[in-house]
Design a protein around this ligand. Structure first.
Ligand SMILES: Cc1cc2nc3c(=O)[nH]c(=O)nc-3n(C[C@H](O)[C@H](O)[C@H](O)COP(=O)(O)O)c2cc1C
Length: 231
């Protein structure tokens, strides 16, 4: 099967999505599409390289938002029968909101729109599925309540991307999620993978509900639901 897999900028379900993507790539030809935020967030969680390593060659490409300018010409492939299936996982509330309102102004929302026009079935795994609170995982974080403001901040001096401003924060746009900083602070002031609780907004849940009504789109609850459908 020729599959296009889009990743948007969600930390939630990101590791789980990458795990399934890796397995899927062993059996199918998978082209990976990254929204701009998808690329940034993959790097923050240290997962960009594992996605990049899956790609290379025809139908196993890595397509970046920035390379597609504003008309997203590659999404024309969905009208030309290149792909059998489009998967978007994880899918941010931002991208869901656009899709349910018929907006196509990013790589991923254009892919969904063109897949609909080209009769390519689309599976979407939203991060905002049910109302209430949800536990999700953070990338590397400087914990200011533990930071001792050392004269020489070892994690900062060891960071290959100079992403840490001691006593202030980690610049996540510079961080590539290597996690080295977490091992260097003797006070445990740099964490990685800390869980936080976030509240699902009604507007986002309502948008996800609307997704079920769109023709050609199938909503899945979790990336592992793909195991029953595609393996
Ligand atoms: C570390 C990090 C984690 C994020 N996780 C989520 C998330 O789980 N769900 C979500 O809807 N947005 C999340 N965002 C915000 C999106 O990246 C942001 O709304 C972005 O504009 C979405 O763009 P896209 O839908 O084109 O990918 C996260 C941002 C950061 C920096």
């Amino acid at each position: 099967m020729k599959i296009a897999w889009g990743i948007t900028g969600a930390g939630h379900l990101l590791q789980e999505s990458v795990n399934v993507l890796v397995e899927l790539s062993k059996k199918h030809e998978v082209t990976v599409l990254l929204s701009g935020a998808g690329e940034e967030v993959l790097k923050m969680y240290g997962l960009f390289e594992s996605v990049q390593n899956l790609t290379g060659g025809k139908y196993r490409e890595l397509i970046l938002e920035e390379d597609q300018r504003t008309s997203f010409p590659m999404t024309g492939r969905f009208s030309l029968g290149t792909y059998d299936l489009l998967i978007i996982s994880p899918t941010t509330s931002n991208t869901i909101g656009k899709i349910v309102n018929g907006i196509a102004d990013t790589l991923i929302t254009n892919a969904v729109a063109q897949a609909g026009k080209g009769h390519v079935e689309t599976y979407i795994i939203p991060v905002d599925l049910e109302s209430g609170d949800l536990e999700t995982v953070l990338p590397s974080k400087l914990e200011l309540d533990l930071c001792q403001n050392c004269e020489i901040c070892v994690p900062s001096s060891k960071c290959p991307n100079k992403a840490i401003t001691p006593g202030v924060e980690i610049n996540l746009l510079k961080c590539e999620g290597c996690g080295a900083c977490q091992t260097f602070c003797q006070f445990g002031a740099v964490t990685g993978g800390r869980l936080i609780t976030i509240h699902m907004r009604d507007i986002d849940i309502q948008n996800t509900t609307k997704l079920y009504e769109i023709e050609g789109i199938r909503v899945l609850n979790h990336p592992t639901d793909l195991n029953n459908l595609l393996f």
